[in-house]
Design a binder for this molecule. Sequence first.
Ligand SMILES: Cc1cc2nc3c(=O)[nH]c(=O)nc-3n(C[C@H](O)[C@H](O)[C@H](O)COP(=O)(O)O)c2cc1C
Length: 344
Amino acid sequence: MNSPGETASALQERIIARPFAIGDIVIDPPVVLAPMADVTNGAFRRLCKRIGNPGLLCTEQISTMALHYRSQRTYQMFDWTEEEYPLSVQLFGANPQVMAEAAKIVEDRGANIVDINMGCWVPKVCRQGAGAALLRDAKTALKVVEAVVRAVSVPVTVKMRAGWSAAELTSVPLARAFEQIGVRAFALHGRTAQQGFEGSADWNWIADIKEAVSVPVVGNGDVRQPEDARRMLEATGCDGVMIGRAAIGNPWVLRDTAHHLRTGQRLPPPSLAERLEAALIHVQDFARTIGEERAVRHLRGQLPLYVKGFAGASAAREQIVQATRIEQVRAILERVRQTAETEN
Ligand SMILES: Cc1cc2nc3c(=O)[nH]c(=O)nc-3n(C[C@H](O)[C@H](O)[C@H](O)COP(=O)(O)O)c2cc1C
């Protein structure tokens, strides 16, 4: 709501949620769910879409080598539905031909955007020369990007960290070169690969890349609440914000961020009942893809986050590590509701 007497230009000032486009795909609101391995599967993405309605959802990173060797587990990651569009499918790998082949496969399966991972720092990925390892191997990185851009007609984007280490900040020259080849947007996590998740994200690196390229830049790193997103947009001039960890067990942060960027206001937090319902929908939807027991086991760490901060949450966290059935999860969550009611 605008306050009485507010001028049109002051209102304009306050509203910084401008949509942007990646190729011909409009990202509105300019809030993006980050790709997260073992988290942003179809069930979670759909929940985020329904609750948070971000402008773009990203899949978990998909191994192009595993696709090449027809791994059934990897094909299970093709679990998206049109409800999630626009959707970015993230690939990792260091072999240009294999990456191109995979990009074509995911495009044929309906990906709206193909994203290349140059941010993952975990040894399993970097040992193959993929993920953030590409930040220190410009020759291969350029070949990979070129092959993928050539293979598909949907927009290709790159998600990167600022560099391998503070002594090797390569993202700016790489981004310039990738833009020349046809990359249509970048996401920059303001840390180096060597940092992992240590320290805090340096948003200056986002500003640097924004200044260096003319395609959109999505800023990422340590956006925990709506006000952080506004500060990031203002401080860096980036076109959108990408939210990762803060959305785990809390898809409302996407909704709240978009609302805050649009209006400067905060929405009231979700009720405990809404949180419990979301946790159950999450596990039920995931069970439809991978089976009940696997879904419950997989989400043991994530489901308690829906009730974090409520009385009974730590008991729920302890109990859920034994659960293998949705009914058990339901009973554990029901106890959180009862505990919260008795405490009030
Ligand atoms: C559990 C987890 C899994 C992740 N998996 C991926 C991934 O598959 N691909 C990727 O580019 N980044 C991945 N990331 C990094 C996030 O996309 C994001 O860059 C990082 O968490 C910083 O954003 P945040 O501070 O909003 O969490 C992952 C992060 C987490 C916490």
